[in-house]
Design a protein around this ligand. Structure first.
Ligand SMILES: Cc1ncc(COP(=O)(O)O)c(C=O)c1O
Length: 446
């Protein structure tokens, strides 16, 4: 029989353990530092900010962390295990000998991979008696995921949404409210930091760094609240490993070994979730394995043009200092449509891997990524999120390179989300109205 287009797993094959790459890194990434004392952060420093179990997971060196049954059960609600799918129509269109596979994280009811960590975070907080989870969101994917997860486990949810998205992208705000979350624009009048910014600049558009400062200040303002973060930190990355662990099983089922592993990068949890289980295997084998390609927007070139140094995760300087590739905590990226990639820094573990040459960073322009998104929609029928379209672009370019060299390469990328709330961006692209940071706009040949 021909290989199936969708490689499926049964519900009993949802991973029972998350994978923690830190256990397999030859050199541990430098520790987070306290923002005031500059000493390595201790679990006590984070008490009152995050749930205790999440603080323990943040620091653990264990390779495997058990997935609680309640979370495995909730993963079913998220359509886990998600299919690994072959992009045969795209391959035919490109006339490439390469095989292209993509993981269907777009099938989550909240629209992206973000729910894979939102659910365990809400679970641990609920178990520890937390009454309200507080977070920030840019375009809204993370806020939507946390809103549903909090509802599922019976915890309240407060989301500070970057003001420009709050005003100009109302649909995700509506979905968060529909799930029961309280959504406020950031900067806003509820925090000292927000009030200060608005006094100086009443029309301040906000940024992810500002929204993190707002959410942190609000969260630590009451002992019944805790803060939740949707990327960058180790515990977030390890929850996302459920993606890559499924992919490993799926490739094993069809006896295929990938040559290229591709994911887009905002703070790094999407790339890490998809790639780290396979990267860990590569590290354990002494370096032999696929190429790992981390794709960022040219408008936010932290890995390709940033500095590898200690920096804050937020604008107000409240978070611990992380050693990471960064454009600077006050960097405000141009308003590209891939809102989930507009973050100034990259997860410390991913930064260390890029610095060591284990992961290849690549920057892709906005127009090039939308062009790839349109081609993917026209061939495969799925509208990728503008974030995911960056990975689609890189996968297409690898497939075209394979065509030039005549090699039957196997390319796998993570389709981290769907773009059905991002049609305004696609419309601007189709109508030739995309502005700054449009990239080089390479033409995809027929
Ligand atoms: C659809 C989608 N893909 C990828 C990303 C980037 O995720 P990460 O911050 O985990 O790198 C985001 C972030 O919001 C997203 O919404």
């Amino acid at each position: 029989m021909d290989e199936p287009i969708r490689i499926l797993l049964g519900e009993d094959e949802i991973p029972r353990r998350w994978y923690n790459l830190i256990a397999d890194l030859p050199v541990r990434p430098p520790p987070p530092l306290h923002p005031a004392t500059r000493a390595p952060v201790t679990p006590d420093d984070l008490a009152g900010v995050f749930a205790r179990e999440l603080i323990a997971q943040e620091a653990t060196q264990e390779r495997w962390i058990p997935v609680p049954e309640e979370v495995r059960d909730a993963y079913r609600l998220l359509n886990r295990p998600t299919p690994l799918q072959r992009a045969v129509r795209l391959e035919r269109y490109l006339r490439t000998p390469a095989r292209i596979y993509f993981k269907r994280e777009d099938l989550s009811p909240t629209g992206s991979h973000k729910a894979n960590t939102a659910f365990p975070q809400a679970y641990y907080n609920a178990r520890e008696g937390v009454e309200q989870l507080v977070t920030e969101t840019g375009a809204g994917q993370w806020g939507t995921a946390l809103a549903l997860a909090a509802r599922h486990f019976g915890v309240g949810c407060k989301v500070f949404m970057v003001r420009s998205s709050f005003e100009h992208k109302p649909y995700r705000r509506h979905v968060m409210r529909l799930y029961g979350a309280d959504v406020s624009p950031s900067p806003g009048p509820e925090t000292t930091f927000g009030r200060r910014l608005l006094e100086r600049e009443p029309e301040h558009p906000g940024s992810l760094g500002v929204a993190i400062s707002d959410a942190l200040e609000y969260a630590v303002g009451s002992p019944t609240r805790r803060y939740a973060l949707g990327s960058v930190l180790n515990h977030v990355l390890l929850h996302q490993s459920v993606i890559g662990l499924e992919v490993q099983q799926q490739f094993a089922k069809i006896d295929v070994v990938p040559d290229h592993i591709v994911g887009c990068v905002g703070g790094g949890s999407n790339f890490a979730g998809f790639a780290y289980p396979m990267l860990g295997e590569t590290l354990r084998r002494g370096g032999e394995g696929p190429e790992f390609l981390a794709v960022e927007p040219t408008a936010v070139p932290s890995m390709t043009r940033g500095r590898y140094e200690y920096d804050f995760g937020d604008t107000a300087g409240r978070t611990p200092l992380l050693k990471m590739f960064t454009l600077g905590a006050s960097f405000v990226p141009s308003p590209i449509h891939a809102g989930g990639l507009r973050y100034h820094g990259v997860a410390p573990s991913l930064s260390a891997l890029v610095d060591a040459g284990r992961v290849r960073p690549l920057a892709v322009g906005q127009a090039e990524s939308f062009e790839a998104g349109v081609l993917f929609a026209r061939t495969e029928g799925i509208v990728p999120a503008p974030e995911s379209a960056h990975a689609v672009r890189a996968a297409i370019d690898l497939a075209l390179e394979a065509k030039r060299t005549g090699e039957a390469k196997v390319i796998a990328f993570n389709l981290s989300g769907h773009g059905l709330f991002d049609l305004a961006g696609y419309a601007e692209h189709l109508e030739g109205r995309l502005g700054v940071a449009a990239g080089t706009g390479t033409v995809v040949p027929a």
